[in-house]
Design a protein around this ligand. Structure first.
Ligand SMILES: Nc1nc2c(c(=O)[nH]1)N[C@H]1C(S)=C(S)[C@@H](COP(=O)(O)OP(=O)(O)OC[C@H]3O[C@@H](n4cnc5c(=O)[nH]c(N)nc54)[C@H](O)[C@@H]3O)O[C@H]1N2
Ligand SMILES: Nc1nc2c(c(=O)[nH]1)N[C@H]1C(S)=C(S)[C@@H](COP(=O)(O)OP(=O)(O)OC[C@H]3O[C@@H](n4cnc5c(=O)[nH]c(N)nc54)[C@H](O)[C@@H]3O)O[C@H]1N2
Ligand code: SF4
Ligand SMILES: [Mo]
Length: 866
């Protein structure tokens, strides 16, 4: 830019005055002359290049095409080649991702805490240290812990899982010998996974939107959040032209609701009752897919008065009522199971699991659901009838010469039904609705990823006691926490004995997670964090860093080699890498080299290589003992092992993709694993929960476990969802707190750290993106005497927090919504990152007792002018 004398005077006048200016002019003129000469001699054209990589800011993992001019990232585009496999565009976070890498607030040197006191207002008094000092300090501690009890090391990661790859974290902890590796999933979507696992023995679902005609979306916000959003959002727009209608059921008008055909504002946490009423409407009208329920699910299995499934003499094989012989039999060839009805077997009354469902919901009328869930009965009936009609029960369609079940109506969720105390039951109810119309693995329905891949989820849980893991996963406390329990290590660390843990966690390594900030009742998390020596590997000074003893700077996704996880669609899959494009701060290490170096210093390098091979499932191309690997070499091994392609393909294209055949898409899941006689069955009735409950009861009584409230476990472990699951603890107990408090994602930010420091997202997009608000309905605001822009206080049973009111029509009058991502406190972040309200400090913490999932949308509150 050319500086005119006038604008120059304007700029300097206030600060230095004319006198100062006079003295600066000759120097500036000389500098300008020198720069001109340099430019003239170095007039080489700038190098312009494009690099294919993969965004890592959120778990959408979009393909990106990065333009680099003169060694500087100028623009990040969506990778056009990736549109056939996943993303047709990128979001504002991805497009401005280089500002996270160029962020002046980045961590650049290892830091050591010199003030032992930890707290939000305690200055850690950081001292910059060399990498050598950082490695030797950490390794010395690790050596001692390993000799004493390796379990005392707790490794935690979040987004880190998706950077270098979780398998390396698994290998690191395995080689070290600690069972304590904890991912963030119970802060994220664990309840959804566990509901899937209990029901069809694997996890991961997507609606077959290419063919769907009707989507009932219970809180998957795939315009602003979600993990498959860049495909779902695009596919919805495309399919709409072929008649897809979408209905979004959630308490506030989210981005995805705003784009839908209909928004149904349900009362927070009450979805289960609405869904049960829908099930009743379907059953009463007999608009159900009977053959599907009989052949694919355990709906016909006989259940006794205690709720236990009747078994054959072997004590294992479930029995059904055979309508051919009029007797109880295993479902084998020739048997025609009854779906409905009550029967007497050996003098004992039995009914089918389907009958148990139908009897259990006889009071769940649309009128009752209207009262509880706040959705008009007529709307519930209309949505259900449309769902049934659009499901086209009984129809088939021919694709690629194959005749397939055609059920183009699907019910879907992400965190809307699941980020709750009864999250597992929430999505189990959704799955049951899909089963009733037979949309599971049908064309246009709900596509399962890897049906029956893990049969162990159909079994009674191990219910380990005493627990081995600090997060208590799969212990008697959280029997089906198959995805670790993010919030628990901090809570356990406060009083390990109270949980029966035989040791106290001594050291934690956090990789790519701002754990305590992201969890309800956040200050309890910070208290727990004070109990251990903590090392944090991050790119900015998050709050977790603020409480750390040693902070290690990592490279960002635009600076590192990663074998990148990817998202596919129901029709496609692909494998990808990330490659370093710039390194503006000349960083020396990344998480991979940090791990490698520590393993070496612990004399565990070869063991680590061996564990890497196991964790990644490498057979032909493997990590070899007796040598070191650079991060690039590590990625080369994985690329070769997984894709069998030359590395030049990775460098040039960034990915390789594949398309699924119609056969593999529709005929290898439910159709292959569950259909017909002699096969395991999709669990409409989750009988393993009953057996697990009795096991929990036995262990709790025998060991006098004070932390187990059996009455609560009894409610949580019901084999069928019921109305109790619409009454999480705060709904029952927090009388005097009239409003429901929910939280959600926003387009402009990801999680709690990284993007909060992005100058473009913070400032260039204006006030709407620069902070978050306390959203409330106009009617509520009027009643409370609150106007738009007023400073308000939100008070819950946990504490108080303030924020700015945003008065809108797009939210239920009984609900307050505050987005996540804002208002954190670390003085090491950009000032703009601290704008807004950090809501997690006032959320109540009531984990789902099946999966360990955190409750994010169950708290009740009061709001008043501050
Ligand atoms: N109220 C409320 N709370 C929520 C949610 C909500 O909707 N509402 N959402 C929940 C969900 S779904 C989740 S998944 C959790 C997320 O919980 P968090 O633990 O906060 O988020 P993560 O994604 O795990 O952590 C991201 C961290 O990785 C760092 N990072 C980014 N890039 C790199 C890198 O290249 N290297 C390293 N070493 N670090 C990097 C970031 O700076 C940041 O500190 O929060 C949950 N909390
Ligand atoms: N921009 C952005 N995108 C992200 C992320 C991010 O931080 N920022 N994080 C990523 C991660 S890790 C995840 S897990 C996904 C999460 O993706 P989503 O699950 O799509 O996002 P959330 O906002 O957590 O929750 C979805 C919706 O649930 C609604 N909701 C709240 N309570 C209820 C209720 O009781 N019933 C119903 N039906 N709905 C309710 C909220 O209004 C919200 O719109 O997003 C991913 N994508
Ligand atoms: S959706 Fe997520 S992965 Fe895709 S560009 Fe945006 S931040 Fe990156
Ligand atoms: Mo998440």
């Amino acid at each position: 830019m050319e500086l005119s004398r006038r604008s120059f005077l304007k700029g300097v006048g206030a600060a230095g005055g004319i006198a100062a200016l006079d003295s600066q002019l000759p120097a500036i003129a000389a500098a300008a002359e020198a720069a001109k000469k340099k430019a003239a001699t170095a007039a080489k054209p700038l190098e312009v290049k494009r690099v294919k990589s993969n965004c890592a800011i959120c778990p959408n993992f979009c393909g990106i095409d990065v333009s680099v001019v003169g060694g500087v990232i100028r623009t990040i585009y969506p990778d056009a080649a990736r549109a056939d496999f996943y993303n047709h565009g990128i979001c504002p976070k991805g497009a401005s991702g280089m500002y996270n890498t160029y962020d002046p607030y980045r961590l650049k040197k290892p830091l050591k805490r010199t003030n032992p006191n930890k707290g939000p207002n305690e200055d850690p008094k950081w001292a910059e240290i060399s990498w050598e000092e950082a490695f030797s300090t950490i390794a010395d501690r690790l050596v001692k812990i390993k000799a004493d009890n390796p379990s005392k090391l707790v490794w935690q990661h979040g987004q880190g899982k998706y950077l270098i790859g979780e398998e390396f974290c698994v290998a690191f902890t395995k080689a070290f010998g600690t069972p304590n590796m904890t991912h963030r999933t119970t802060a994220c979507e664990a309840a959804r996974h566990v509901a899937d696992e209990l029901t069809w023995a694997s996890a991961g679902i997507l609606p077959d939107l290419k063919y769907s005609k009707y989507l009932l979306n219970f809180g998957a916000n795939y315009h602003e959040g979600e993990q498959a959003s860049r495909w779902l959002d695009w596919q919805t727009a495309m399919s709409r032209e072929q008649g897809l209608k979408t209905v979004v059921v959630e308490p506030r008008l989210s981005g995805v609701a705003a784009k839908a055909d209909e928004w149904v504002p349900v009362r927070p946490g009450k979805d289960v009752v609405m869904l049960l009423a829908m099930a009743k409407v379907l059953i009463d009208a007999n608009t159900i897919d009977e053959p599907f329920l009989v052949e694919y699910t355990n709906a016909p299995q006989l259940v006794d008065g205690e709720g236990i499934i009747l078994k054959d003499k072997d004590g294992k094989t479930p029995l059904v009522w055979d309508t051919v012989s009029g007797s109880a039999k295993p479902y084998v060839a020739g048997v025609k199971p009854a779906l409905k009805g009550a029967y007497t077997v050996d003098g004992k009354p039995m009914r089918t699991a389907f009958q148990a469902l139908s009897d259990g919901i006889k009071d769940m009328t649309p009128q009752y659901a209207e009262e509880i869930a706040g959705v008009p009965a007529a709307t519930i009936v209309r949505l259900t009838q449309t769902f049934a009609k659009e499901a086209r029960i009984g129809e088939t369609i021919e694709l690629d010469g194959l005749e397939l079940r055609y059920r183009p109506a699907v019910l879907y969720t992400f965190r809307g039904l699941t980020a709750k105390e009864y999250g597992v039951q929430g999505w189990r109810t959704g799955l049951i609705l899909n089963m009733l119309v037979g949309s599971i693995d049908a064309v246009g329905g709900l596509i399962l990823g890897g049906a029956y891949a893990r049969p162990q989820y159909f079994d009674v849980s191990v219910c380990e006691y005493p627990p081995k893991r600090a997060d208590l996963a799969q212990s008697v406390y959280f029997p089906y926490a198959n995805h670790h329990i993010a919030q628990q290590p901090a809570i356990t660390a406060l009083d390990p004995k109270a949980w029966g843990l035989a040791y106290a966690p001594e050291m934690q390594i956090f990789y790519g997670t701002n754990r305590p900030v992201s969890i309800p009742d956040a200050w309890q998390q910070f208290e727990g964090l004070k109990k251990t020596f903590s090392v944090v590997i991050d790119v900015i000074m998050t709050e977790t860093c603020w409480y750390a003893d040693i902070v290690l700077p990592d490279k960002t996704y635009l600076e590192s080699w990663h074998w990148a996880p990817t998202r596919g669609t129901p029709d496609t899959g692909h494998s990808a890498i990330r490659q370093p494009i710039v390194n503006p701060y000349n960083l020396e290490h990344d998480a991979f080299t940090i791990m490698w170096e520590l393993m070496k210093r612990l004399d565990l390098r070869d063991k680590f290589a061996e564990e890497c091979n196991k964790a990644w499932g490498l057979k032909e191309v493997t990590f070899k003992p007796g040598r070191d690997y650079t991060t690039r070499e590590g990625v080369e091994v994985l690329w070769a092992g997984r894709t069998k392609k030359e590395f030049s393909v990775a460098l040039e294209q960034g990915f390789v993709g594949s398309k699924k055949s119609v056969k593999s898409k529709y005929l290898t899941g439910a159709e292959d694993k569950f259909k017909g006689p002699g096969k395991p069955k999709i669990k409409l009735y989750a009988d393993q929960l009953i057996d697990t409950y009795y096991k929990v009861e036995g262990i709790a009584k025998k060991n006098n476990l004070a932390k187990i409230d059996l009455a609560k476990y009894k409610i949580a472990y019901s084999p069928l969802p019921n109305k109790d699951h619409a009454f999480p603890t705060p709904h029952r107990e927090a009388t005097g707190y009239p409003l429901y408090l929910i939280t959600h994602k926003r387009m402009f930010r990801n999680q709690s750290g990284f993007t909060a420091n992005n100058a473009i997202l913070n400032q260039a997009l204006g006030p709407d993106a620069a902070t978050n608000y306390v959203q409330m309905n106009v009617v509520t605001a009027k009643e409370l005497g609150i106007s738009d822009g007023d400073k308000v206080t939100i008070e819950t049973r946990v504490g108080k927090v303030s924020g700015i009111a945003q008065v809108v029509q797009g939210i239920r009058p009984d609900t307050i919504a505050v987005s996540y991502h804002y208002g954190t406190f670390s003085p090491g972040l950009a000032p703009a990152a601290r704008n807004g309200t950090w809501i997690n400090q006032v959320l109540e913490h009531h984990p789902d007792l099946i999966s360990g999932h955190n409750s994010f949308n169950d708290t009740k509150c009061k709001v008043y002018r501050a």
